[in-house]
Write a protein that binds this ligand. Structure first.
Ligand code: FAD
Ligand code: DLZ
Ligand code: SF4
Length: 518
């Protein structure tokens, strides 16, 4: 029989390791739309449309290039509903001599995949996903003798390994990291050029109808669907970023403006994570823009750091820390997720705008995820698993390997500080400095306690006070407790009571938003 090559929904790459060295006459590519993947959490409707449409387009592209593709649709009456079930059926159909597959990106799927060799009579090979710069062995080796894992040191290794932004042995410009230049608050009237939106074609429309009818009650709106669904479209999105937005990407990376959902961000994560764009390629293009004098070093370094730094780092961290990471709850947080994360109905203007963008676009940019949506969940002590489910559901770029480290470790400190040296806790002051949200809010950011005070203010001190034992000795935030002590008991009590009163008003989310049996 032939070689059977299953390609998963986030492996839409023409140079995928499992296709290397294969001949078209001797290979059957298997692609599977399965209910398990569409519902292991109840993904935002745009995410399912994106993945199915990109899969269908990729299958077409492969067929046009002469490959044989066996494509199983979700509405196939015999669809077994899972990768393992569909592989079993495909093995019966094709009687392959070998199944060759690239390792899955999610722990959950890898567990199933590891059973395949025992389950099936034919040989099964699982190949490393070489679309990442750093292999797992390399990451584990880097991590093994370190008490603390820090992105910055890992990142320097990746710079040396790839040669990106290196002048010999030295970092370009003399510094490794230009983050201190990337914190400009938004100035009055700041506006970014619009990113290209890709009108749904026939294939996408068909998928939209399917998703409306099968997953119509999932979170999120489909009206503004405009994600790239092919490599060609994704390249156009990248071209637009390099031509129009990279210059301001760095300086305004942490800025937020009500109603401006993309600002100067690349908006390329969905395409990178699906495999439509090669991350290293994008980094080389960014470096070229700097070398040609078309983009400043702080923008280019920032962009490259997000990709070969953060993206590679969280990937390595995920497999290094699983399965424990999914259960971690170092701060012992047990409050249920508030209902407003799903409905957007809150009088906090910052949260309402971030949730609105999330619903309309299946996207929010980094600082919205980190310092608004994440910061609130941290301060309010929301249970990590509920927050993780929410982040996995709502973003079109969300896969467990990238979502979980960002949520559990980066924003919630649920790993007890293995990934980040301090919790990203902040009061309303930070949001006010970096956005224009507060001027349109019912709450007063300058008011510290009492009715009408910005809830982030008392929540911030409530968080620090309840975790004093843990954070007092932290060299990066320990000193804050001196300010707390200087306040005196009356002021402290006002903070704690204001926070408690606010927390009492939070309506817990109804069951079933994130998970429901298929
Ligand atoms: P840009 O700002 O233009 O950045 C360029 C690229 O760098 C991104 O496309 C992405 O590939 C990479 N990148 C940047 N930051 C990170 C990071 N922290 N981790 C990994 N890659 C990064 N990103 C996801 O792809 N999927 C997720 O599920 C996801 N969940 C997140 C949850 C939280 C709580 C936080 C704080 C961040 C999360 N991120 C996630 C990272 C980041 O927010 C998104 O990658 C980014 O907003 C995507 O938009 P962009 O392409 O315009 O990014
Ligand atoms: C996200 C997703 C969805 C919604 N549906 C499918 C699918 O039907 N078939 C498929 O191959 N992949 C899908 N994906 C992406 C997978 O969840 C992703 O490839 C794995 O989780 C990676 O381990
Ligand atoms: Fe958010 Fe507080 Fe500002 Fe309102 S006042 S927008 S709640 S930070």
């Amino acid at each position: 029989g032939p070689v059977l090559v299953p390609i998963l929904g986030d492996q839409l790459t023409r140079t995928l390791a499992s296709l290397g060295g294969r001949t078209k006459a001797d290979t059957v590519i298997l692609m599977m739309e399965v209910c398990d993947e569409a519902t292991y959490v109840r993904h935002h409707k745009q995410k399912i449309v994106l993945v199915f449409s990109a899969m269908r387009h990729f299958a077409e592209e492969l067929r046009e290039a002469g490959w044989t593709v066996d494509y199983v649709r979700l509405d196939d009456p015999n669809n077994a509903g899972s990768f393992t079930g569909e592989l079993a059926r495909a093995i019966e159909r094709h009687d392959p001599r070998l199944v060759s597959v690239v390792e899955a990106g999610e722990w959950r799927v890898r567990q199933d995949m590891d059973q395949w060799a025992d389950k099936f009579a034919c040989e099964v090979e699982i190949l490393r996903d070489d679309r990442f710069v750093c292999s797992q062995a390399e990451f584990d080796d880097w991590a093994k003798d370190r008490k603390e894992l820090r992105m910055e040191f890992f990142y320097r290794e990746m710079r040396r390994k790839t040669g990106l932004l290196m002048d010999g042995n030295e970092p370009a410009g003399g510094q490794w990291n230009y983050d201190s230049e990337n914190r400009k608050p938004p100035k009055e009237g700041l506006a970014a050029p619009e990113r290209p939106k890709f009108e749904p074609d026939g294939i996408t429309h068909e998928v939209i109808d399917l998703v409306q009818s099968r997953f119509g009650d999932h979170f999120g709106s489909l009206e503004r669907f405009g994600w790239p669904v092919t490599r060609v479209e994704a390249e156009r999105a990248a071209d637009a970023f390099f031509a129009e937005r990279i210059e301001c990407f760095g300086p305004y990376q942490d800025a937020m403006i009500a109603g401006q959902d993309d600002l100067f961000h690349s908006m390329l994560s969905t395409s990178i994570n699906l495999g439509l764009l090669d991350p290293l390629d994008l980094c080389r293009r960014a470096e070229q823009a700097y070398r040609d004098g078309k983009a400043p070093l702080n923008s280019v370094e920032g962009f490259i750091r997000q990709i070969i730094g953060w993206r590679e780092y969280v990937r390595g961290f995920y497999f290094n820390q699983m399965p424990g990471l999914a259960e971690a709850n170092a701060l012992d947080a047990h409050r249920p997720l508030p209902e407003f994360y799903w409905t957007g109905e809150t009088e906090m203007a910052c949260l309402a705008d971030c949730i609105r963008s999330t619903r309309d676009n299946a996207h929010a940019h980094h600082i919205q995820r980190l310092m608004v949506l994440g910061n609130f969940a941290l301060l309010a002590g929301i249970e990590p698993q509920a927050v993780e489910d929410w982040f996995l559901v709502v973003y079109a770029d969300a896969y467990d390997w990238v979502e979980l480290p960002n949520v559990a470790a980066m924003i919630l400190y649920a790993d007890g500080g293995k990934l980040a040296s301090k919790p990203y806790a902040a009061s309303g002051n930070y949001i006010n400095k970096m956005s224009n949200y507060c001027s349109g809010c019912r709450y007063k950011v300058s008011q510290k306690t009492g009715e009408g005070a910005c809830p982030f203010n008392p929540l911030y001190w409530h968080f620090l006070a309840r975790h004093r034992d843990r954070f007092e000795k932290n060299p990066r935030i320990g000193r804050i407790y001196a300010s707390w002590d200087r306040m005196g008991e009356v002021k402290q009590r006002e903070y704690l009571e204001s926070a408690a009163a606010f927390l009492d008003t939070l309506e817990p989310a109804a069951e079933g938003w994130a998970r429901q049996p298929c």
